[in-house]
Write a protein that binds this ligand. Structure first.
Ligand code: SAM
Length: 387
């Protein structure tokens, strides 16, 4: 049993950060962060309140900070993080109004001391961030450092969440529902949950789908261990099985194999899902079915070129279909090639403004070169009905 005001008071001499997130009531304040501040030689505490996607700052003395915690914050947030120069502690609110400590670790020292924090770039996900689920998933060590072999994956998920953040900063919703197709070990799924539920304090539901029963079971156990109630994992083949029919705000895929990406995009298009972030993986379908038929034949002579052309053509067609369905679409280099050769992200936002022409060009190429492409096929009926 812990009272946050007491925990914070004892941590004050070396406090580097405190974060109150996930409000218990529907209030305008989504999150409050406290950091030390040196003002004309006096140590104060800067509180940053996030309200309706705006940040409000206030400088407080020790007494004012503790009064604010006691009178306003205690019991009003489900998650609290207290970070000192030597330790990081995480607390979760219990039904009886007290807090349970769910994680503690040695803190990663910041060069230049606590106040230097303000000068650092605000990365979404830092080494040293207390996210115990990432330890269970094998991305962080017990003291929240990146496991060496997982560095590329860490870069990928960090960049993915950065790109999601760029879009979400412009939106003011306080709840979100996301589907992750081919979630696998679910590093991304957990981080997205942490980003929306803990960092942004939004009411968050995410469903991760994957073929592999054992992986899904492991993810369920990790989610349950950390009380991530809004995070669900389901065994499903996204190319066959019936998926949820509740309204969804975002679809994500990260290296979902081959046509699983097309099924995710088709699902999103059918339901007019507002935001799509999709990093495709092995684009075998066109490579396996394309035959010679015209000017592109030169590019199909050599296996390695044929594979690359097929991959580029696949993503060009996906972008064209999305644009023809009313999505503003960008193709972004998602991470450097050295961190993943499958490094393109399709980012699409539904505006309802259709961009004609691309789909027809893709269909003409399909006709001429005889290839199969699932997204073209899956969205054919809708396109024909519009004609
Ligand atoms: C390369 S892993 C990527 C996993 C995860 N998104 C990540 O980036 O760490 C691809 C995952 O997609 C899953 N997958 C492939 N085809 C699928 C399908 N038709 N339905 C559901 N999951 C699928 C695989 O089981 C595998 O876990």
């Amino acid at each position: 049993m812990a009272r946050i005001v007491q925990e914070l008071e004892s941590a004050l001499p070396t406090l580097t950060k405190a974060v109150f997130s996930q409000p218990t009531q529907k209030t305008s304040m989504q999150k409050l962060t406290v950091r030390p501040l040196l003002l004309r030689g006096e140590r104060l505490w800067q509180s940053e309140r996030q309200e309706d996607n705006k940040a409000f700052h206030q400088n407080l003395t020790d007494t004012a900070l503790l009064a604010c915690v006691r009178d306003e914050l205690e019991g009003a947030f489900r998650q609290v993080l207290i970070q000192t120069e030597t330790e990081s502690r995480q607390y979760v609110l219990k039904r009886d109004g007290s807090y349970k400590k769910t994680g503690a670790s040695a803190a990663v020292p910041r060069p230049g001391g606590a106040e230097a924090h303000d000068r650092e770039k605000d990365y979404i996900l830092r080494e040293g961030e207390v996210i115990p689920a990432l330890v269970d998933l094998g991305v962080f060590t017990k003291d929240y450092r990146i496991v060496h072999a997982k560095y590329d994956k860490f870069r990928q998920i960090n960049r993915f969440v950065e790109l999601v953040d760029q879009t979400m900063k412009k939106e003011s919703a306080d709840r979100i529902r996301i589907l992750d197709f081919g979630c696998g070990k679910s590093y991304l799924t957990f981080i997205l949950y942490w980003y929306f539920a803990v960092r942004r304090g939004m009411s968050t539901e995410i469903i991760g789908y994957d073929l592999k029963r054992d992986v899904v079971e492991h993810c369920r156990q990790v989610a349950a261990r950390y009380g991530y109630d809004g995070l669900r994992f389901e065994v499903a083949d996204v190319t066959h099985d019936t998926l949820t029919d509740t309204p969804i705000d975002m679809v994500v895929t990260l290296h979902a194999c081959d046509t699983a990406t097309d099924y995710a995009l088709a699902y999103a298009i059918r339901r007019r899902v507002k935001n799509i972030f999709s990093v495709p993986c092995c684009q075998h379908e066109i490579n396996g079915s394309i035959r010679k038929g015209g000017e592109l034949d030169l590019l199909l002579e050599h296996g390695i070129l044929k594979e690359r052309v097929s991959a580029l053509l696949t993503d060009a067609i996906r972008a064209a279909v999305l644009e023809s369905e009313g999505y503003e679409t960008d193709l972004i280099e998602f991470v450097d090639f050295e961190h993943s050769p499958k490094n393109l992200m399709i980012r699409a936002h539904y505006t309802g403004r259709r961009r004609p022409g691309g789909r027809e060009k893709a269909e003409a190429l399909r006709e001429r070169y005889g290839f199969e492409q699932s997204l073209l096929a899956l969205t054919e009926e809708g396109a024909q009905n519009r004609e």
